[in-house]
Design a binder for this molecule. Structure first.
Ligand code: 5AD
Ligand code: SF4
Length: 424
């Protein structure tokens, strides 16, 4: 069934290619949000390439404009509307197609707003219909009609889409789609649907092919990778062990795990591997047990710290990165101090810090005692300062040590130096 749907789209790819032949058309793409969205865009770009479009980095050269949107926080949404203003100006004097896809398009209030105030948008597709870009594009060109192709029901797992990767050595591989957790602040479960895991054999084949092409570093992606369920009994730890066996792959990362699902078999798989990165991302969100409860995270401050200890016991050279949200509804000064306390105790290598952003449709949006913007910002600055003050001290442990890294290229600041993005 899914294979037939993909075959249909491959036929549409050929049809659009025929339409575009000898026209040397170009696309301009903007990708917002997380690595999953970036990986989705690599598939969009793969399909566009096969339809005869070339990439343009300059908006003025392009014939097709595409934004792969994100709705995790308000500022990501605002950027989309800003960009649409720029596209509109170009459309006033040039015959272009504007397509919007991804997470924001799964929100009804957004698609209504686009219909009302941005009616020059030609194609809207959601997260479950990304693979149908060729059909949407073909119908838009042939019928000269606006297309809205958004599904509310959960999408399926589609294999075999063309893909054009942004990097030659480092590749992301999505292992599962969707999320079942419903953290009360988060819009993701509403726009990406329930969890669906790819089959182990499809994932492993993709990574084996990447290794043959010369890729060295793989990042396994999912909203909640450690609830990966390949089939009965084949879980995330099995997948880690099997990826570890693939010759040629030297560094394995994964984002994002959920602390509540970080089981011992996963820790053992990390311990037994020489390839899995020792920089482990463990999203904290808050250090306060009260706030964590209101966030529906299903662990306490103590359980989080205990998990970090358990990992360190088995993997002594493990270091951690995390996500933290400040200013969640009802967060008191004491709650925030708990977050700072965990930050001091764990000594994170990297913290992705976010100011809580109200998302329509989520439980937290309806909670009383929303925190005033000014307090949120002050807490954010305090967290940032605590982290930054510690960087120099934290980095001292690396002086004189030898680390395995994947070189990214020459430094922008000093062309005689090579740089690396992440520690291994
Ligand atoms: N406000 C602020 N940050 C959020 N995140 C998710 N939803 C929100 C929100 N409403 C953060 C979480 C998550 C990361 C990807 O984005 O920290 O781990
Ligand atoms: Fe959002 Fe929580 Fe799911 Fe992560 S685990 S995507 S924060 S609901």
């Amino acid at each position: 069934m899914e294979a037939e749907e993909i075959q249909d789209q491959k036929n549409y790819i050929k049809k659009v290619y025929e339409l575009n032949k000898n026209k040397s058309l170009k696309y301009y793409i903007l990708t917002m949000g997380c690595k999953l969205n970036e990986n989705d865009s690599e598939k969009l770009v793969g399909m566009l390439g096969e339809m005869g479009y070339e990439e343009s980095k300059e908006m003025n050269d392009a014939d097709l404009f595409l934004i792969n949107t994100c709705c995790i926080r308000e500022n990501a949404e605002e950027r989309v509307f800003g960009k649409l203003g720029e596209f509109k100006k170009i459309k006033e004097h040039k015959d272009i197609i504007i397509a919007l896809g991804g997470c924001m398009m799964q929100e009804e209030h957004i698609t209504n707003k686009i219909k009302k105030s941005y009616s020059f948008v030609d194609i809207i597709f959601g997260t479950h219909t990304l693979h149908k870009l060729p059909e949407d594009l073909y119908k838009c060109v042939i019928n000269k009609k606006k297309i809205k192709d958004v599904l509310d029901i959960d999408g399926k797992v589609y294999e075999g889409l063309p893909i054009k990767r942004g990097d030659k050595k480092q590749a992301s591989v999505t292992i599962m789609y969707g999320c079942n957790n419903f953290c009360s602040y988060c819009i993701v479960p509403y726009v990406r649907g329930r969890e669906r895991s790819r089959k182990p054999e499809d994932i492993l084949k993709e990574i084996e092919d990447l290794a043959k092409e010369g890729y060295k570093e793989i990042t396994l992606l999912g909203q909640n990778v450690n609830s990966y369920n390949g089939r009965d009994g084949y879980k995330f730890a099995n997948l880690l062990r099997d990826v570890d066996k693939i010759d040629g792959i030297e560094i394995i990362r994964f984002v994002s795990p959920h602390p509540k699902d970080f089981t011992d078999d996963v820790i053992d798989a990390i311990r037994d591997s020489k390839k899995i990165s020792r920089l482990i991302h463990v999203p904290l969100q808050s250090g306060s047990t009260n706030v964590l409860k209101a966030m529906n995270r299903k662990y306490t401050k103590e359980q989080y710290l205990d998990l970090i200890d358990r990992i360190k016991q088995k993997v002594p050279d493990a270091v951690f990165s995390t996500d933290i949200i400040v200013g969640f509804p009802k967060e008191t000064e004491e709650d925030f101090e708990d977050t700072l306390d965990v930050v001091r105790k764990v000594n994170f290598e990297q913290i992705f810090m976010f100011i809580y952003s109200r998302r329509i449709g989520t439980l937290a949006d309806k909670m009383e005692n929303q925190i005033p913007e000014e307090i949120k910002h002050k807490r954010f600055e305090r967290l940032k300062k605590l982290f930054e003050d510690n960087i120099e001290e934290n980095n001292k442990k690396y002086v004189g040590t030898t680390q395995k890294i994947l070189v990214e290229g020459y430094s922008k600041n000093n062309p005689e130096m090579l740089t690396r993005k992440n520690r291994y």
